[in-house]
Design a protein around this ligand. Structure first.
Ligand code: PLP
Length: 342
């Protein structure tokens, strides 16, 4: 048995409990059989309990912990109109008795559905910007909050900061305990990587617990080099928070950027095929922006023999499913709907 206490985080790192960990670790026998490749596992952060789940809850436990310790009364963060991070931040703030202000920028305002609808329901105050004016808008909103006497705690895009990524160091310890219980292990961990924060935290966690396998991030947004440039300093700063002066080399950080298609948030045919395959073989739903794209990468890598058949691969389900309903047109364009075909 892995002794989780051995991996206890140093005292003095504030945390609020928002999830219900460990999240389930499950096998994917039918999905694996349909691909004919390695043994497959899935880690279900999609069903962590805070406001429809997702990986940001792990970061928010530490971010909100720090916000409360600093005496903040308002959380300010930023993202795309269909940001899962913003939805989970709104929920975390509500549960902690804090106000939440969101600056949402990107293509269009986004329809009043999916995550944007939930932001509103969760009581967040929403400001819109364009992609280009987002930082300017953020500064303006912050000035006006502070002029009103509010104590603002700012969370960067994707919650990517060493404070939050400590949550993924702990997640690696949790995963090792899960595997010990099942007397198993994964040779590979595959996950969607966007800001790179989660991957940075997992890398630190891997060294913290002595995980012997490899971690592969499938980029959903950035090309490989800029993503690596984000991950490396974040990993080092996260380790620093745990009192470890660790450095990470580019060769340790595995990022695949071959599945970006037409770009972030534009579902490709392969993404939707992979989503349908997992759903129809295992009853597990993924999202078209993050997990569907990472899954498309996993499926393609398996089909191309990237993993040995005797290896085992863990797919980290990072959530995002509420965004499904914002992508109905893309999902429809995949192919004829059976009962409309004749
Ligand atoms: C934010 C997010 C990710 C990526 O996490 P990063 O830490 O930004 O790399 C992956 N999947 C989903 C569903 C997300 O919301």
């Amino acid at each position: 048995m892995v002794d989780l206490k051995r991996f206890a985080l140093p005292p003095g790192i504030p945390r609020v409990l928002l999830g219900n960990y460990p999240t389930p670790l499950e096998r994917l026998p039918r999905f694996a059989a349909s691909l004919g490749g390695p043994k497959l596992w899935i880690k279900r952060d999609d069903i962590s309990p805070l406001a429809l789940g997702g990986n940001k809850t792990r970061k928010l436990e530490f971010l909100l912990g720090e916000a409360l310790a600093l005496g903040a009364d308002t959380i300010l963060t930023v993202g795309a109109p269909q940001s899962n991070h913003c939805r989970q931040t709104a929920a975390a703030a509500a549960r902690s008795g804090l106000r939440c202000v969101l600056v949402l920028g990107g293509a269009g305002r986004g329809a009043y559905t999916a995550n944007l609808l939930l932001d509103d329901m969760l009581g967040a105050e929403v400001h819109f910007a364009t992609q280009e004016s987002r930082d300017e808008k953020l500064a303006e909103v912050r000035r006006s909050l502070e002029a009103d006497g509010r104590k603002v705690y700012f969370i960067p895009y994707g919650g990517a900061s060493p404070v939050g990524e400590v949550g993924f160091v702990y997640a690696m310890a949790e995963l090792q305990a899960d595997f010990a219980e099942q007397d198993s292990q994964a040779d590979w961990i595959v996950a969607a990587s966007a800001s790179g924060g989660m991957q940075a935290g997992l890398l630190v966690g891997a060294r913290w617990v002595g995980y012997p396998g490899r971690i592969l991030g499938i980029s959903v947004e950035a090309k490989r080099d800029p993503l690596l440039r984000a991950i490396l300093p974040l990993a080092e700063a996260t380790a620093q928070r745990l009192g470890c002066a660790w450095t990470f080399g580019g060769s340790e950080v595995l990022v695949n950027d071959e599945y970006l298609g037409q770009g972030y948030g534009i579902p490709a045919k392969g993404d939707i095929e992979a989503m349908r395959l997992l759903a129809s073989t295992e009853g597990i739903v993924t999202d078209p922006v993050y997990t569907g794209r990472a899954l498309a990468g996993l499926v393609d890598l398996i089909r191309n023999g990237f993993f040995r058949p005797d290896e085992s691969v863990l797919f980290w389900h990072t959530g995002g499913v509420p965004a499904l309903y914002a992508y109905l047109e893309d999902l429809r364009s995949w192919g004829p709907i059976p009962w409309e075909a004749h």
